[in-house]
Design a protein around this ligand. Structure first.
Ligand SMILES: *[C@@H]1O[C@H](CO)[C@@H](O)[C@H](O)[C@H]1NC(C)=O
Ligand SMILES: *[C@@H]1O[C@H](CO)[C@@H](O)[C@H](O)[C@H]1NC(C)=O
Ligand SMILES: *[C@@H]1O[C@H](CO)[C@@H](O)[C@H](O)[C@H]1NC(C)=O
Ligand SMILES: *[C@@H]1O[C@H](CO)[C@@H](O)[C@H](O)[C@H]1NC(C)=O
Ligand SMILES: *[C@@H]1O[C@H](CO)[C@@H](O)[C@H](O)[C@H]1NC(C)=O
Ligand SMILES: *[C@@H]1O[C@H](CO)[C@@H](O)[C@H](O)[C@H]1NC(C)=O
Length: 588
């Protein structure tokens, strides 16, 4: 793995000292928190939040039984080892097991506060090397802020029941300008089935192997990918009685690639001498390889962190996914036949067109056959193909770049275990289109992008055992206009539309499930920037979240202006006809 000799944050801070005046386009899109008002100790701290549906314990379950896993402060932590704490499974977990009860729900809760001025910082939480949460901090105010984020970690039941080590890396820098220190508590909440006999345990993995970097290290346990040729990997041997394997990938993008979807092609940068503008065009693809095979890809959702574009857009409603970054599952069961030889195999990550810096790691979820020592399998068919195309037209600082790309991966293989001889097919199909237009001598930029990702897995032993499909569409629109540039000061007007539209369907002998999510933000704001500091500004955001599924419904319609909530309506009832009955496959 590449050693990291320079730090992304330090590069960034140095860049800030350079004069801006030579560059008319495009602006950096990342800013620290504003420091407009003096500290007023009687002002209550602001609570930031990400809109999501509440995590509900299953009906009839008991709990929570809660355990504080770690409590720490993150001041000048950059380049230091992660905060760690020994993990001892909470006693209630063993007690419930002894009673024959099973885990119904596990929730990991991060709660934190901060005061002063600070950048948005990325952080990760790992248990025994497996990442459980990737998140970004909220940017503080002089009077202080609070926030919390909860993630359903029930799928890590196998890890939660073993002793281990919790690690949190939050690389922060504190100096006379950036004063915010983050104080955080990490708590685990467990719920158990109370009825006896308990319902059959959920089909969670028996073993979770981290594909990450091991402690000790002075950084996060993620791999840091610095350019398009960088491949980061780890060798792993998997148990010979594995019958199912799913890779869960964590991804976040930073520094020159924090806003990769706004990056122009290099020819435009070279022709205009814009050496400080990040390039490599606007298309990125995370590729996941096992040995020499591309087993899947991630075309990530365009998470905008809390200091992105205009920090006032994300207060107190933070950007979609910014407190709880999405993860991406790749089923590699069809490849198991190649992996169960007892030898080590190479699990690797690369990012097409990457610029410094992508943080990537994964958890390998494995299901083991308790009734045999060895399963056998074979890959039957495999296909991975991709294409990408850029149409560039520019003259001086004005131009139009249209990028399109597509990718298809599919693999079929069988595995024979005590569950029989089961054939698994996994497929992914991606389509991408990005239009990036500069006008008014490069002072205005409009990016309009859509990522369309479909994936599915089906298993059969003659009869269909399970069939699952996920269809995600990530539209993004971003307008950015610069004006009134005087020395190192300028004004910036921004508008953003950002959404996740997702449909999930699954069918098995036990029944069908279906869900549909529309989660959309529309935000606009303006600000005056001096150097890299926001000196004045305003921002507003409107978010509409609508989830309808066989497991319930949730909707929320919430709007903020500057730091104030303008309206906030939520509803968890399934209106007549809105809940989808689990009676058929979705059409998608
Ligand atoms: C366009 O911007 C460049 C770089 O800032 C500047 O040199 C040039 O004079 C501008 N042209 C016009 C027509 O404003
Ligand atoms: C401080 O905040 C309190 C409570 O909001 C307010 O009553 C008071 O006027 C503020 N003081 C100043 C100096 O702004
Ligand atoms: C962390 O927990 C301690 C002890 O319960 C509490 O005093 C503190 O306010 C908590 N901090 C945060 C940020 O939740
Ligand atoms: C870019 O820099 C080169 C060399 O310094 C110079 O000849 C050229 O005119 C510059 N082009 C622009 C568009 O400023
Ligand atoms: C963005 O592109 C899509 C199709 O590519 C188009 O339907 C939509 O109108 C565009 N949006 C904007 C704001 O230009
Ligand atoms: C937001 O705050 C700024 C100054 O802090 C003010 O100028 C602006 O009017 C406010 N905007 C709104 C929509 O309240």
């Amino acid at each position: 793995m590449a050693s990291r000799t320079t730090s992304p944050c330090l590069i960034f801070l140095l860049a800030l000292l350079l004069p801006l005046a030579a560059v008319a386009v495009p602006r950096r899109h990342r800013f620290p928190s504003l420091q407009l008002a003096p500290v007023n100790a009687s002002e209550p701290p602001t609570t930031f939040f990400e809109v999501d549906r509440p995590i509900q314990p299953p009906r009839g379950s008991v709990g929570p039984c809660s355990a504080l896993l770690l409590s720490d402060s993150f001041g000048y932590t950059y380049g230091r080892p992660p905060a760690t704490a020994a993990y001892v499974p909470p006693e209630c977990l063993a007690a419930a097991r002894a009673r024959g009860g099973s885990l119904a729900l596990a929730v990991l809760e991060w709660s934190a506060d901060c005061r002063g001025r600070q950048f948005d910082r990325i952080f990760g939480v790992w248990l025994s090397g497996a990442e459980l949460l990737r998140s970004c901090t909220a940017e503080p105010r002089p009077d202080g802020i609070l926030w919390s984020v909860s993630r359903d970690v029930t799928r890590y039941a196998a890890l939660l029941s073993e002793p281990g080590e919790v690690a949190v890396y939050l690389g922060n820098i504190v100096d006379s300008t950036y004063t915010g220190v983050y104080h955080a508590n990490l708590t685990l909440h467990l719920y158990f089935h109370s009825t006896t006999p308990s319902p059959p345990p959920l089909p969670h993995a028996d073993l979770i192997l981290p594909i990450s970097r091991s402690l000790p290290l002075n950084d996060g346990q993620w791999f840091a990918i610095q350019n398009s040729a960088d491949v980061q990997s780890r060798k792993l041997a998997i148990p010979s009685n594995t019958y199912r394997a799913v890779l869960e990938v964590f991804v976040s993008f930073h520094s020159s690639d924090e806003f990769w979807y706004t990056n122009p092609p290099n020819e435009y940068i070279e022709a205009n001498n814009l050496s400080s503008v990040p390039g490599n065009g606007a298309f990125r693809e995370v590729i996941v390889k096992v040995d020499d095979n591309v087993v899947g890809a991630v075309w990530p959702f365009t998470v905008i962190y809390t200091g992105g574009v205009n920090p006032l857009l994300w207060r107190p409603i933070t950007g979609i996914g910014s407190f709880n970054l999405p993860t991406y599952d790749i089923d590699i069961t069809p490849f198991l036949g190649k992996l169960m030889d007892g030898k080590e195999h190479n699990f690797g990550f690369a990012v097409t067109n990457a610029l410094d810096m992508w943080y990537i790691d994964a958890n390998l979820h494995l299901w083991l056959d308790h009734k045999s020592k060895k399963t056998v399998g074979s890959l039957i068919s495999y296909d991975a193909a991709s294409s990408a195309n850029v149409d560039s037209q520019f003259s001086g600082l004005d131009g139009r770049f249209v990028t399109s790309a597509s990718r298809h991966v599919s693999a079929t293989g069988w595995v024979e275990s005590s569950h029989g001889k089961v054939m698994t097919t996994f497929y992914q199909r991606f389509n991408y289109k990005n239009s990036n237009v500069y006008s008014k001598n490069g002072s205005e930029q409009v990016v309009n992008q859509t990522i369309d990702a479909k994936s599915g897995v089906s298993t059969t032993n003659g009869a269909v055992l399970l069939s699952e499909e996920v269809h995600q569409v990530f539209p993004l629109y971003l307008f950015s206009g610069t004006s009134d540039e005087v020395g190192d000061e300028y004004s910036l007007v921004s508008a953003i539309k950002l959404s996740i539209n997702e449909k999930r369907g699954s069918g098995a002998e036990q029944g069908f499930s279906y869900s549909s999510l529309r989660n959309a933000q529309s935000a606009r704001g303006s600000m005056r920037v001096k150097g890299n500091l926001v000196t004045s500004g305003s921002g507003e955001n409107h978010q509409v979240y609508k989830y309808v599924g066989t497991d319930g419904c949730y909707s929320r319609d919430v709007s903020s202006k500057n730091y104030t909530i303008v309206f906030d309506h939520s509803d968890d009832s399934c209106l007549k006809g809105s809940q989808v009955k689990g009676s058929r496959f979705p059409s998608s």
